[in-house]
Design a protein around this ligand. Structure first.
Ligand SMILES: [Zn+2]
Length: 361
């Protein structure tokens, strides 16, 4: 990957151009037209339509929040630092943004599939968030039992939100267990003799934001074999994590390593590799790529590691978010990570209060 540079004519410089007239010259008439157009947008219409709906006021208020992207999805909570992950807690596969929560999560989807006529389902499930909400709020076609579609839509959104909160916060349907916490001594552990350990990590500042995937290969003495850091541009943390796993496997294979253990602190990324991905999975191509690499004639193991034991990859990934787009391969460790490498090799451990997953027990 490389940044794209425009081939400018020699001597030509960037200049401003007014986009509302064909010749690019500013006129007051075109500016007035632009302003009056903006004052009468779809958003404005659907905003008014919300308050005219024949539904209880609390549902109108909820819709207003939905239209303004203000409901507390996990993706929003993670962005605000209120949740450790943006992952949907019901299906545990994807980030829970508003559209996922209200439409695309399998639980929500099954409700809509029963309500939306088959001929309209494709359109219903394919449009973007604001388009989806506006189109349905403005649709007054009579649905079954003579109720207007926008009323049915609004009430369904409200119930989907309510069920989701009950399922997550009160443990109703499906039954959920509280995560168990335990104090553990966490450290980086070298691989057995003759094996190579691949530590991988992905970072995204802002999720989505400037992101990087990092890989660090070490032998059984903790000696640095290779590293790679890739600045991925703007993308989600989940994509950076799975990209790091892919690059880790690729780098190890290319280095001629035939016995390796891959560690990632992303349980989500590791869980994706267990089965062949659904073609509709947003990272299907990358997951398949990882699985193809794993099928090559070599011995590999995958395991989850706590972030505190994955400090080198963690440091490299954060470092990568400030690099420019591209992959960087260095045979020698950068200065900032030397201290952590020495601590890892000497068995330095930290007591951490960690959430214990079933697999760790
Ligand atoms: Zn979900």
């Amino acid at each position: 990957m490389a940044p794209i540079s425009l081939d400018l004519a020699p001597g030509e410089r960037d200049r401003f151009s007014w986009k509302c007239t064909p010749d690019g010259k500013f006129t007051f008439r075109s500016a007035y037209e632009l302003l009056s157009r903006n004052n009468n947008t779809d958003a404005d219409m659907s905003w008014k339509a919300i308050w005219k709906l024949k539904v209880p006021e609390r549902i109108c208020t909820f819709l207003w929040l939905v239209l303004h992207g203000r409901i507390m999805t996990n993706e929003r909570r993670a962005r605000m630092g209120l949740a450790s992950t943006a992952q949907c807690e019901r299906c545990t596969t994807l980030s829970e943004d508003m559209l996922h929560l209200l439409r695309d999560c399998p639980i929500s989807r099954s409700l809509w599939l029963r309500m939306v006529p088959t001929s309209l389902q494709r359109e219903f499930f394919e449009c973007g968030t604001s388009e989806w909400i506006k189109a349905n709020i403005l649709c007054r076609t009579r649905a079954r039992h003579g109720t207007e579609w926008n009323v049915l839509f609004a009430v369904s959104l409200w119930w989907l939100w309510k069920w989701r909160n009950e399922s997550i916060f009160q443990g109703n349907d499906p039954p959920r267990t509280q995560p168990r916490r335990q104090e553990r001594l966490i450290s980086w552990k070298p691989p057995p003799s003759g094996w190579t350990l691949i530590n991988t990590d992905g970072a995204s500042r802002g999720n989505p934001g400037s992101a990087a995937a990092a890989v660090c290969l070490r032998d059984d003495t903790g000696k640095w074999v290779a590293r790679s850091v890739t600045n991925l541009g703007i993308c989600s943390a989940a994509l950076a994590e799975i990209m790091a796993v892919y690059q880790g496997l690729k780098l190890a294979w290319d280095y001629g390593i035939r016995k390796c253990i891959l560690e990632s602190d992303s349980e989500l990324a590791l869980s994706w590799l267990r089965t062949e991905p659904d073609p509709s999975h947003q990272f299907a191509h990358l997951i398949s790529g990882c699985r193809q690499l794993l099928r090559r004639p070599w011995t590999t193991q995958m395991r989850h590691i706590y972030r505190e034991g994955n400090r080198v990859a963690d440091w490299l990934a954060k470092f990568g978010t400030s690099l420019s787009l591209g992959t960087y391969l260095y045979p020698l460790p950068p200065r900032g990570v030397l201290g952590i490498l020495v601590e890892d090799a000497s068995g330095y451990a930290m007591i951490m209060n960690v959430i214990v997953s079933e697999e760790d027990e």
